[in-house]
Design a protein around this ligand. Structure first.
Ligand code: KG4
Ligand code: ZN
Length: 362
């Protein structure tokens, strides 16, 4: 089966070609710079940018894969959750392609797709990593595809942690999962971005805090670890953000001292990471699983990667972190899940089906 997948749920325009569990191409055009001056994603701008970039990105994905439209067996797109007018661009375009080629169409839940990204293994690009990035300004990578034996690691506990979402999911078996908990207010990535904004850092602040934290003392300032001791799998990050706000209000001069900013970054990161790691480990213990996975933009965070690795080692869990280029939104994970679903006989979607911006995983 050869499948084209499109992803436009937020601020990445992405297209991938997937075949038999292999990612033949995965082209991602990020809009980060466009939204930076507004301090966050502006839905109308995101949609316009998707509209502009989707066709070149899809053409590039087909060209990289060496596949012509006529060779496609199916088309997939993210149906939700996400920004409505952004989702609409990729979803309707994919339906149009399916209609024109008279091929099956399937809509994918973005979060369910994130569950697959830790199981996609990077391979050496035959032309070198990101070979076309210099010419096109896009990232473009090929992957060897799904681990053949990934079902051996089910059941597992999966942490999905991004700018919009923080979820703990029990993956019971292939295509069968249950959400154990999620954030009751801000997502972890949002907490990174908003506390960074309070420090005067540009959007998205997460990666910058990560870098500055490397030179800081994580024990310099003590911030709350919200819901850490609650025996549920929910998260809350808005109180932490508020406490950073008051701390900066009361210690404004600190922002003029680079070392103190590094200490502040390290301390904020330590608070976020401790909650994420301890609650994930606790959920895994309670569920009796042997494997933990993580994906989503915040999984790029070096503190989170290191602490999860250490905690998993100490507690005897196998850990699978998504490769950094697959932590953030991409169509490869959409295509991989779509293919698994089609092979399992999942129902096809009619071509007048609509997007589901609020589609939550349950
Ligand atoms: O998954 P993603 O690309 O988009 C969605 O939000 O769906 O995640 C973006 C989020 C942003 O909040 C960004 O600050 C955060 O991931 N992020 C990081 C790092 N890299 C990206 N947060 C902390 N440390 C990082 N290295
Ligand atoms: Zn995502």
């Amino acid at each position: 089966m050869i499948l084209l997948a499109l992803e436009t749920s937020c601020d990445e325009t992405s297209a991938a070609v997937v075949s038999d569990g292999r990612v033949l191409s995965n082209v991602v055009s990020s809009q980060i710079e466009l939204h930076a001056e507004y301090g966050g994603v502006v839905p109308e701008l995101a949609a316009r940018e998707h509209l502009k970039n989707l066709l070149p990105v899809a053409h590039a994905a087909l060209a990289e894969a060496g596949i012509s439209p006529a060779q496609l067996d199916a088309v997939a797109a993210t149906q939700g959750p996400g920004l409505g007018i952004a989702l609409l661009i990729g979803f309707k375009a994919a339906q149009a392609v399916a209609f024109a080629l008279n091929k099956p169409f399937i809509g994918i839940n973005h979060h369910e797709a994130h569950l697959y990204s830790p199981w996609i293994r990077n391979a050496e690009h035959p032309l070198g990593a990101n070979s076309s990035a210099a010419e096109t300004g896009r990232t473009d990578t090929r992957h060897s595809g799904l681990f053949a034996d990934f079902t051996r690691f089910q059941p597992n506990i999966s942490l999905i942690v991004s700018g919009g979402h923080t979820l703990l999911v029990l993956v019971e078996s292939e295509l069968k999962h249950r959400v154990l908990g999620g954030t009751i207010d801000d997502a972890a990535g949002e907490c990174f971005d908003k506390t960074g904004k309070l420090m005067g850092l540009p959007y998205p602040a997460g990666p910058i805090i990560d870098k500055l934290a490397e030179q800081g003392n994580p024990a310099a300032y003590d911030f709350p670890r919200p819901l850490l001791n609650d025996l549920n799998d929910d998260f809350s990050f808005s109180g932490l953000k508020t406490s950073v706000r008051y701390f900066i209000r009361d210690h404004a001069a600190l922002l003029d001292d680079r070392q103190k900013v590094c200490d502040l970054c390290a301390s904020v990161q330590a608070a976020i990471v401790e909650v994420l790691v301890k609650k994930t480990i606790r959920a895994a213990r309670r569920a009796g699983v042997r494997c933990i996975t993580a994906s989503g933009g915040v999984t790029c965070n070096s503190g989170l990667r290191n602490e999860l690795a250490r905690a998993c080692k100490n507690n005897g869990f196998t850990l699978r972190l998504a490769e950094k280029n697959l932590c953030t939104d991409n169509a490869a994970m959409i295509g991989i899940l779509a293919e698994r679903k089609l092979l399992a006989g999942a129902p096809l979607l009619p071509l007048d089906e609509e997007i589901k911006p609020g589609w939550q995983l349950v």
